[in-house]
Design a protein around this ligand. Structure first.
Ligand SMILES: C[S@@+](CC[C@H](N)C(=O)[O-])C[C@H]1O[C@@H](n2cnc3c(N)ncnc32)[C@H](O)[C@@H]1O
Length: 295
């Protein structure tokens, strides 16, 4: 049991940690959830031999361990993800966006896709598997898939493309597991061909992303949900700028652009999938609903 003075110190440490996280990543930390913060930071304390959060903050401020701040941020991130999460966005990607974009880009034969907040890679690899299935139609096309995340640990895992039995059992059709993964004892590794199709990078969405250029499809799912209102608006505004005029932004099922963006609106026919397009689009094609589900 902490005495009132110790309890006050813990609270002020949590507030300071919360401010640092918010400033660096946009993450809104719930300071009431002391147990959650402590359990996430426990491995960092063990690794560094530091006694508590207060010592951790002091060491970060001293600047004597430059990697420590990133380590703390990584530990505080929620990296929850799985293959073909929510299914509908992937069905829509294959049956609706891809055919429409292929028609619209048939002269330049070039597609650019960005998974922003890709965590450990299941989302970009799910898209890559779909693209591989459509390979015959995409012969001669230049397709780029960029996958970024703030967490260096998540991106390192994504690059390795190595998953546990539990992870491949979540959402991945068995036929895809057999076709695209190589069994390595208790793990499954995505095959080399698909792995090299995705370009993974550490990247903070709070930074300027103008250098990435324009994308036809952006998946930014279950990331905005952790940001405060102003950060959501700012990131959405810049994501809108990074979208081609007929591009698509796919957000998570609990995320919306309504009231947060002047340039992005819910898709007219696929509302349930939380799909948005710039309202500056010249013409809104009437999309059909997806015709098939993943087997
Ligand atoms: C819950 S996961 C979502 C993963 C995947 N998009 C999905 O829906 O399955 C959220 C991811 O967003 C990343 N993230 C949080 N804040 C970020 C930021 N400021 N810039 C980039 N990525 C961020 C986290 O590291 C985490 O991997």
């Amino acid at each position: 049991m902490l005495c009132p003075r110790e309890a006050n110190n813990v609270t002020s440490d949590l507030i300071e940690l919360g401010k640092m996280l918010h400033k660096t990543s946009g993450l809104m930390m719930d300071t009431d959830k002391t147990y959650l913060v402590e359990s996430r930071l426990a491995p960092v304390l063990r690794r560094t031999g530091l006694a508590d959060i207060s010592a951790l903050l002091k060491t970060i401020k001293s600047g004597c361990d430059p990697a420590l701040k990133q380590d703390v941020i990584d530990s505080m991130m929620t990296n929850e993800t799985f293959f073909f999460r929510d299914r509908a966005p992937f069905d829509n990607f294959r049956d609706v966006f891809l055919p429409n974009l292929m028609e619209a880009r048939k002269d330049e034969r070039r597609l650019r896709i960005w998974c922003a907040g890709a965590s450990t890679g299941q989302e970009p690899y799910s898209l890559t598997m779909i693209l591989d299935e459509e390979m015959r139609k995409l012969a001669g096309w230049h397709v780029e898939i960029l996958a970024t995340d703030l967490s260096s640990t998540a991106i390192a895992r994504a690059r390795q493309g190595c998953y546990t039995q539990f992870e491949v059992q979540r959402g991945l059709p068995i036929s895809f597991l057999l076709r695209y993964f190589v069994n390595e004892g208790e793990k499954w590794r995505i095959n080399e061909y698909l792995r090299t199709k995705v370009q993974f990078e550490e990247f903070n969405l709070l930074s300027d992303f103008g250098h990435y250029g324009q994308f036809d499809v952006i998946f930014c799912r279950n990331v905005l949900i952790y940001f405060d209102l102003e950060t959501k608006k700012d990131v959405l505004r810049r994501l809108g700028n990074a979208l081609a005029k007929d591009g698509i932004l796919v957000t998570g099922s609990a995320e919306t652009v309504v009231g947060l963006s002047d340039t992005l609106i819910p898709h007219p026919t696929l509302r349930l999938a939380s799909i948005h397009r710039p309202c500056t689009a010249v013409k809104m094609p009437i999309f059909a609903a997806p015709t098939r589900r993943l087997q």
